[in-house]
Design a protein around this ligand. Structure first.
Ligand code: NAP
Length: 496
């Protein structure tokens, strides 16, 4: 009845690596990290589209315990993140735990054996005492179900499946999607394409991006005086917190901050686009913050170029060589770029079939009840399981704050298992319900419920209209709560 591994982690991105670092620090070496891709890095391995960069300043978008003084820009390009992931894997000796090209289909809790049975591609079965899924929030690409898309005869590129050798020079390109990815991609596509048509269904709020190359002297300072980089990190987190957390989560009390952010985005647009009718098309109707706002200095000016056209008439169908809008206009194209994002609520929560105690199916249960997870990590009826990409888990700020606060939770939970000699844990229904009440109560003041989000089509909202993605607490509170949750939020057991 002894499982093959003490811990299996699904996902070799920053979330899975953070969890592995924490468990190794606790002395757990028998851990296996599975990933469906052929290398580590998660999002930063998969996404390779031109213009890819972080949209949270790099000084913050990294593990606080593993600062990188050598980011080349305030917002580092994606390739540097991939390199950083490799550095972390080497330094913390994670590679030997990793197994790639391994698709996990699902997992089932074996109550008799008190371990997880994990089904992977090729019919193989792996068993583990503890299972952690770190499959990320944005890992299941959304492919739009547009009539005729299958008949398109040209090149189709999804932002998360970019063919790097593709040269778009002289091509007639269309892009569908104006989210954070579209905002990064569109200026890059315009540089190469002969014509670029941007099909926008919902505009996005865009604010100026304070981005520049970090001088070598500053990099040296960060390398020699880590406290200087820590201070920069802390200052940026505070600023971001004011914009992203206070203006969004405390919309009722601090609506003026939201108004300032809206004014900044409107002024940015006004300064960069002189054509009044074009400007009108680019202004969202929904409140700032309903959808993740984005930063760019090059997005708006792209639409001033003669070979770039913004199309807001809905798409009716796609033909082998064209996109046809509902007014009957045909736009001939040879390349279709899909910046259509990811499916969180249908295919990502959870990203695999999870069957817990008494046959409970996590995906079904979440959909039939409310999306919920205690501290954004654990669910009743799922013993010895932590799901890192969960409802109410993501702080909305640097993803590393979410990862590191979850690492604190792991340390406390696995520390308690060791202290009392237990082998199983399961969150109590009471702790889970109290947490759900707490987060939904806090969200009552947020822009999601107090603002005008009806037209935003934001992935922050699930199919029931609940904004069940973000953890509505300041970063410091998230750390404190993950560090000090009541030990009796879980029940603990020894082996039968
Ligand atoms: P997204 O925000 O979900 O945007 C998807 C876009 O595709 C939206 O404009 C959406 O329009 C459009 N779309 C989807 N299906 C469509 C259809 N059938 N017809 C027409 N339009 C359709 O996805 P994303 O831009 O990939 O960004 C997702 C998240 O990734 C971001 O919020 C951010 O957190 C992250 N990201 C981060 C970075 C970074 O620098 N770190 C960069 C890129 C992305 P509607 O709005 O009308 O649905």
């Amino acid at each position: 009845m002894t499982p093959q591994h003490e811990v299996v982690i699904i996902g070799a991105g920053f979330g899975g690596m953070g969890a592995a670092i924490q468990l190794k620090e606790l002395g757990i070496e028998d851990l296996l990290i599975l990933d469906r891709e052929n290398d580590l890095g998660g999002t930063w391995h998969v996404n390779r589209y031109p213009g890819l960069a972080v949209d949270i300043a790099s000084v913050t978008y990294s593990y606080s315990f593993e600062p990188n003084p050598y980011w080349s820009r305030v917002f580092a390009p994606g390739a540097e993140l991939k390199k950083y992931a490799e550095h972390v894997a080497d330094k913390y000796d994670l590679r030997r735990h990793m197994r790639f090209d391994t698709v996990v289909h699902g997992a089932r809790w074996d109550q008799d054996a008190q371990h997880w049975i994990i089904g992977v591609g090729g019919g193989e079965v792996i068993t583990a005492r503890y299972l952690l899924s770190a499959t990320g929030f944005l890992s299941q690409p959304n492919l739009p179900d547009i009539a005729g898309i299958g008949s398109f005869a040209g090149t189709i590129l999804h932002s998360a499946d970019w063919e790097e050798t593709t040269d778009l020079t002289g091509r007639k390109v269309a892009i569908i999607g104006t989210g954070a990815t579209g905002v990064q991609l569109i200026p890059q596509l315009a540089r190469k394409a002969e014509t670029l048509t941007v099909f926008q269904r919902t505009p996005i709020w865009v604010v100026p991006k304070v981005d520049f190359a970090i001088p070598a002297a500053v990099q040296t300072l960060f390398a020699r005086v880590p406290a200087a980089q820590r201070a920069a990190r802390s200052a940026y987190t505070t600023l971001l917190e004011a914009i992203m957390v206070t203006a969004v989560l405390h919309y009722r009390q601090a609506g003026f901050l939201n108004k300032i952010a809206t004014a900044a985005a409107r002024t940015h647009l006004f300064a960069q686009v002189r054509d009044r009718s074009l400007r009108a098309k680019l202004v969202p109707e929904y409140s700032f913050g309903c959808k993740r706002p984005t930063f760019s200095n090059t997005y708006y000016p792209t639409f001033n170029q003669d070979h770039v056209h913004l199309e807001t008439t809905p798409i009716a169908r796609i033909e082998p060589g064209a996109i046809v809008t509902s007014d009957g206009v045909r736009t001939e194209i040879d390349t279709l770029v899909l910046a259509t994002g990811f499916n969180i609520w249908d295919t990502n929560f959870p990203a695999l079939e999870m069957i817990g105690r008494e046959g409970r199916d996590l995906g079904k249960w979440w959909r039939e009840n409310r999306f919920q997870a205690y501290q954004g990590l654990s669910v009743p009826y799922f013993p010895n399981y932590l799901t890192l990409a969960s409802p109410y888990a993501y702080s909305g700020m640097s993803y590393f704050d979410t990862i590191e606060s979850q690492m604190k939770h792991l340390r406390r939970l696995f520390g308690e298992l060791r202290r009392n000699g237990a082998k199983t844990f399961e969150v109590t229904e009471q702790a889970n319900t109290e947490f759900l009440d707490q987060v939904t109560g806090r969200l009552g003041d947020s822009v999601f419920y107090r603002g005008n989000c009806a037209s935003s089509r934001s992935y922050y909202f699930n199919q029931h209209g609940e904004a069940a993605l973000l953890r509505p607490t300041p970063t410091r509170t998230a750390y404190r709560e993950q560090n000090t949750f009541p030990i009796d939020a879980y029940t603990y057991g020894r082996l039968n």
